[in-house]
Design a protein around this ligand. Structure first.
Ligand code: 7RM
Length: 640
């Protein structure tokens, strides 16, 4: 396979080259793509000045990303499976789409969008469940040069409307409803509510999925099956500039409305393909499964673009890990003989709590690589994944990256980079991480800790935030001159390996000691009766900050009776030291998580500080009711 690193020596050499001669390095990789016109210059960039970021890759190159998925490889892959779709309900039939079939469906929907009046540069909002049409429509947008903005089909009407309005989308693609476990989500009803406050949407295309009855608005709404009827399956791709936007994806921070992260065509294409094949060490014929939803960046880059550009077979799963039971993931691995699985610590921890039986009763011998992303993975979960799921012979690739980075930045190459529990290990070729102190001074050498920044552009990085370039500058480039601020804290160990310790606002300063929330959680989670925990700092009269731990135990009642709190303190004492012992422990039945599985520590911090009057944007929260429960049970008095 072209551009695939196959040994540690090769990785080290590639890394050196990518730092010494970034232009030559990326040019060599990009020549394997299909260009309508080659570039004049590999990269032009500025990270400093208030216009930052000013970054262009493959300047003046012309191409279409879908020609790189289809035309570039079709002669050899026409009959190879591109996407396997596994339904929510295992009794429903799966769908196999070959590259040839997918190409026809993409072309047909591309022509449908053109018929609806969508033009190059227009924004198309996509609010669909995990069905093949989601993949088809995003690629159809790319085919005609429309910018897709996918909104996860679990967001509320307000969140949907906010995103449509910000992007000024002209068309909305949705479904009657979506299946998730034993629930259905009334997507059309939610869309109708959102559209009351989304004036730019002229047309809505509605896919029939659940069959529930919905109201269709005359002149605005059209059924998917009617829209594609008699539409041609042949289409010539729009020629795009390397820097034309490919998609917008909204991401929320701790303040303000969500930001529309903008990714452009050529750099994102080159980077998602290169990182996919190298991190997962994809081999011709492998079955690859990323369990994420396409509504998140992980799904964009590592269900769709990276794998399809590589010519992989990628599995798309409509459901959830625990439906119909906690063995579903392993059922799927067994059913399709999955070789690489890519999931999140939150799913690993949840499945770990269900007991090993669910895993061990399946044949998982096809597995070669175990990927993780989204949060720091605690040591216990890492070991369980490695030993129980991978039987000790599959490398765990802990991949660190962000919506803004477009692709993985720090991760082992599976089977090549020696791994260590909880470590994202080494930067990928072309990635230049630095650790800085609060003032932005670079902290050199190994065995150090600091704020993680990146000092040179990589092709997959964000170019701007939609409609507000200054916000992009303010958020990522204004803090430290000439550096991209990731917002994460990290340690670099004696060997130069990186360990991500969480968002910088998640570092607690206890009596002058900097303690990462992830480290304390890691220790708490080692207690056999603990399912999951979240740790935050709160104002403490003596220590500056105290440690407040929210803990989910296997048995709540048991926790109170049997002195679990003391045992937890002992565990932390033993694993980290007395300095990290939680001052306050609150037993909870759930944690406030985003719909992508990240713990929203910001909310817990506010509660710990005793002030729940301004919780900020909670539109991405999976289950807002846990917040109420936690406030009610708080160990401090909470102002509401
Ligand atoms: C891909 C994704 C980004 C934030 C990031 C980190 C955290 C992601 C890891 C991780 C520790 C990891 N995009 N994060 N991966 N922390 N180890 N392997 O998750 O935009 O939704 O989130 O997620 O804090 O800044 S994202």
């Amino acid at each position: 396979m072209t551009n695939k690193i196959t040994s540690l020596t090769e990785y080290l050499k590639a890394y050196q080259e990518s730092i010494a001669h970034p232009d030559d390095f990326w040019a060599k990789i990009a020549t394997t793509h299909f260009w309508r016109k080659s570039w004049d210059q590999v990269v032009k960039w500025r990270f400093d000045g208030d216009q930052a970021p000013d970054v262009q890759w493959f300047v003046n190159g012309k191409l279409n990303i879908t020609e790189n998925i289809f035309e570039r490889q079709l002669f050899m892959r026409e009959n190879q499976t591109a996407i396997i779709w596994e339904p929510n309900d295992p009794k429903e039939k799966e769908i196999y789409l070959t590259y040839g079939e997918l190409f026809e469906k993409v072309n047909q929907f591309a022509n449908t969008l053109l018929k609806l009046g969508v033009k190059k540069g227009d924004r198309v909002a996509i609010y669909l469940p995990m069905v093949p049409e989601l993949a088809i429509s995003m690629l159809a947008c790319a085919r005609i040069g429309a910018i897709h903005s996918i909104i996860f089909a679990g967001f509320s009407a307000t969140a949907l409307s906010d995103r449509i309005v910000d992007a000024q989308a002209k068309v909305l693609l949705t479904a009657d409803g979506g299946f998730r476990g034993n629930k259905t989500i009334a997507l059309k009803e939610i869309s109708d509510e959102a559209l009351e406050t989304s004036p730019t949407v002229e047309q809505v295309v509605v896919l029939k999925r659940t069959g529930e009855s919905v109201s269709m608005k005359e002149g605005r709404d059209i059924w998917w099956h009617d829209a594609i009827k008699n539409v041609s399956t042949e289409n010539t791709a729009e020629v795009m500039d390397a820097e034309d936007p490919l998609f917008i994806l909204y991401t929320s921070g701790s303040t303000g409305k969500p930001k529309g992260v903008v990714h452009t065509t050529a750099g994102y294409m080159v980077y998602s393909e290169y990182t996919f094949k190298n991190v997962f060490q994809y081999d011709e014929g492998d079955m690859y499964w990323c369990t994420a939803d396409i509504g998140w960046v992980t799904g964009h880059s590592y269900i769709i673009y990276g794998p399809l550009l590589t010519g992989a077979t990628t599995i798309m799963f409509e459901g959830i890990p625990t439906f119909p039971d906690a063995g579903r993931f392993w059922d799927i691995v067994d059913k399709y003989k999955v070789n690489q699985i890519y999931t999140a610590p939150t799913a690993i921890r949840a499945l770990m709590a269900q007991g090993d039986e669910w895993v061990t009763k399946h044949d998982l011998s096809s597995l070669k690589v175990l990927g993780t992303v989204g949060e720091p993975i605690n040591e216990e979960a890492w070991r369980w994944y490695h030993e129980v799921v991978g039987k000790g012979h599959c490398p765990v690739v802990d991949t660190w990256w962000q919506t803004e980075t477009g692709g993985i930045l720090i991760a082992p190459l599976a089977g090549i980079t020696p791994t260590k529990p909880t470590m994202a290990t080494l930067p990928l070729p072309g990635v230049q991480p630095v650790l800085v102190d609060q003032e932005g001074n670079e902290i050199k050498g190994n065995g150090v800790q600091g704020i993680l920044c990146i000092k040179h552009p990589w092709p997959g990085m964000l170019r701007t935030t939609w409609g507000d370039h200054d916000r992009c500058y303010q958020t990522y480039f204004s803090m430290y001159k000439g550096l991209y601020l990731t917002g994460d804290g990290a340690k670099r160990d004696e060997e130069g390996y990186y360990r991500i310790i969480g968002r910088i606002d998640d570092v607690i300063n206890v009596s002058g000691h900097r303690i990462g929330t992830a480290e304390v959680e890691d220790a708490i989670n080692q207690h056999p009766k603990v399912v999951e925990s979240a740790v935050v700092g709160y104002p403490h009269p003596i220590k500056g900050s105290g440690i407040y731990a929210y803990v989910i135990a296997e048995e709540m009642a048991d926790a109170q009776k049997n002195g679990l709190e003391d045992e937890i303190r002992d565990t932390v004492n033993r694993l980290i030291g007395p300095i990290a012992k939680p001052d306050v422990i609150q037993m909870v039945s759930g944690l406030p998580k985003t719909r992508s599985g990240k713990i929203m520590r910001r909310i817990l911090r506010k509660i710990g500080e005793g002030d729940a009057t301004q919780l900020g944007d909670i539109s991405t929260l999976l289950d807002p009711s846990v917040v109420e429960e936690i406030i009610a049970g708080a160990k401090v008095e909470v102002k509401r």
